[in-house]
Design a protein around this ligand. Sequence first.
Ligand code: AHR
Length: 308
Amino acid sequence: AALSAAALHGPLFAQKKIVLGFSQVGAESEWRTANTESIKAAAKDAGIELKFSDAQQKQENQIKAIRAFIAQKVDVIAFSPVVESGWDNVLREAKAAKIPVVLTDRAVNSKDTSLYVTFMGSDFVEEGRKAGRWLVEKMKGQTGEVRIVELQGTVGSAPAIDRKKGFEEIIKADPKFKIVRSQTGDFTRAKGKEVMEAFLKAEGKGINVLYAHNDDMAIGAIQAIEEAGLKPAKDITIISIDAVKGAFEAMIAGKLNVSVECSPLLGPQLMAAVKDIQAGKTIPKRIETVESIFPMETAAAEFPKRKY
Ligand code: AHR
């Protein structure tokens, strides 16, 4: 009987696995952990060999990781840039080595968009707008000043810049809204708590609203608010972003008013894009995540459906 080519030549004909180098921001939040899990699981399911590197929130570590991926001649490089600027040189090196680059979750502000194939992730400006619109609606009948404190994400990161911008764009329509303090909490619970303690010390009972750029900082801040003898979500209205399980638990406990969704489940679409790129297909320059918003009243019904 005729033998197939694969049977004759065995491993020689076995398909070579696609190698993907992925540089992750770090493990700063519940969101990030879910994002890492999504990428690792999706790579496994897609049969893609993943070289994963954790930058511990440092751009220099991401640049080093990308250079290492170039030296290893991986097929595709993907990364979630910790900050927006300062990527042109290393991206040019990847381009010179003919290794396609995919941006996931966060964007870069490079003028030369030929330095990456696509950017997949959320519209962070829109997330900020959703937070602002929810607040405007909530405070509709209120005539007095609404004093807001803001916990920003990592300085220079796309989500911190854009979430601030989108929120301000909406609230500026009504002068009763005042951001009285705004500082970074670096997207972590510990920093969120620490900065909220300082806000409370400085403002006393004069804070009406907390706008946190992610759930982890809001959760840290809730602790600070309780320790100061105030009731979160009652004495201070709290808005945050991500809609991770921890936020749903806080909403069900009546301690967080609303969370704007930001999905970390980017793994499957990243692997699909990597395969398409390797197959020479053209993919869209921007792949946007579709997202929602969850006020506390919806939390108990939504919680069982949450995947992160
Ligand atoms: O880039 C996405 C942001 O990074 C998430 O909102 C935040 O939780 C994470 O650390």
